[in-house]
Design a protein around this ligand. Structure first.
Ligand code: SF4
Length: 75
């Protein structure tokens, strides 16, 4: 990891700012799956890759059942 990586990580919040109240979690019935998504994306440093977050930042409508990896609940 070089200095640029380190400063980028320092500037980036560790959790997604939408974590509290993100509507996707109400659509995932399994506690284990919810935890998996949260650990991998929302609190795992990959939230900038989240399909939901990308649409939200573009000001576009976010489908309720869209998962962070771009698939949908039940797919
Ligand atoms: S699912 Fe995406 S938008 Fe929702 S809290 Fe997690 S990273 Fe943020």
């Amino acid at each position: 990891m070089d200095d640029d990586d380190r400063s980028h990580r320092r500037d980036q919040p560790s959790d997604c700012t939408y974590l509290e109240g993100c509507p996707i979690f109400a659509r995932i019935e399994s506690h284990e799956l919810r935890t998996m998504w949260i650990l991998e994306y929302c609190r795992g440093g990959r939230y900038s890759e989240c399909a939901r977050l990308k649409l939200k930042k573009q000001g576009r409508t976010v489908p309720l059942d869209l998962l962070p990896d771009g698939s949908t609940v039940g797919e």
